[in-house]
Ligand binder design. Structure first.
Ligand SMILES: [Zn+2]
Length: 271
């Protein structure tokens, strides 16, 4: 079964290009165990034309998003922020807007959301699912709320094996984007992240933060996922708790500003 990826969505949609770049530009960790208020900016959740599920509720969305939080609870370390609804509060930490016509799912990464003008969206969700991938909406929620928790793309892990053929990737993008955007697209969404001293995990091809790489751009000895990762992987579950547990240890030992500076300097794990 071939599901489309959020990357495919990104490169095939015409609008929102400037916003795509924000996915990986600001990197900040929330305070450990913080409760993150979530506001849904639309009056009601759209019924996407092909979702076949009727309306999903805000409660259901947050339940899926909080699978990240539950990882900590289940591992006896309640350190991963929890997403809670907050009604029409413009100062909500995460403000969700639904995509109806065009655009791509995207989110501010970590506390970059705090630098968005009050009332403006920090996350866009498109929760329709094609027939060949009825669970895609769940993957989208897990992936975008993963970004909201400061997780990066797993395919940009510094230890990831070669996943794409650079020539094929460039050719693929050339067919879909203006020339001026191609190098930036590769840098922001494809290039390996810098290795950091605090990197904690091995590359995990099953991570929900991994794209499904289109076959036409794959490297010769491609060993990445051949199905779109829908669920949190075992490594995702372990790493989100390690990630925020490390934040807890640093908060105890280091003044906050210094801790954040050190963490951001060192952190390069993508999920
Ligand atoms: Zn992403």
């Amino acid at each position: 079964m071939m599901c489309y990826t959020d990357w495919m969505t990104l490169v095939e949609k015409d609008d929102g290009r400037a916003d795509e770049l924000w996915v990986l530009t600001d990197e900040d960790l929330w305070l450990v165990g913080k409760t993150l208020k979530v506001r849904f900016l639309d009056d009601r959740i759209p019924a996407w034309p092909n979702d076949g599920r009727g309306h999903i509720t805000e409660e259901e969305i947050l339940k899926i998003a909080n699978e990240w939080h539950q990882c900590g609870v289940e591992q006896g370390k309640d350190v991963v922020p929890e997403f809670v609804p907050c009604g029409a509060d413009d100062t909500a930490d995460i403000r969700v807007k639904f995509i109806v016509d065009s655009g791509c799912p995207r989110s501010k990464v970590g506390t970059a959301a705090t630098r968005v003008k009050a009332g403006d969206p920090t996350m866009w969700l498109d929760l329709k699912s094609p027939d060949n991938c009825p669970s895609l909406y769940k993957r989208t929620i897990r992936h975008e709320f993963g970004h909201a928790l400061d997780l990066k793309h797993e395919h940009q892990h510094p230890d990831a094996p070669p996943l794409t053929d650079p020539r094929k990737l460039k050719e693929y993008l050339t067919q879909r984007l203006p020339p001026a955007e191609i190098d930036e697209k590769i840098r922001v969404q494809w290039a390996a992240l810098a290795r950091g001293a605090s990197q904690k995990s091995k590359y995990d091809k099953e991570s929900v933060m991994h794209y499904l790489i289109p076959e036409v751009v794959r490297a010769n000895k491609y060993v990445g996922p051949t199905e779109l990762p829908i669920e949190l992987s075992d490594c995702d579950k372990t790493n989100i708790v390690l990630f925020y547990s490390k934040g807890a240890a640093d908060e105890e030992q280091t003044p906050m500003g210094t801790m954040l500076a050190l963490f951001l300097m060192n952190y390069s794990e993508t999920s």
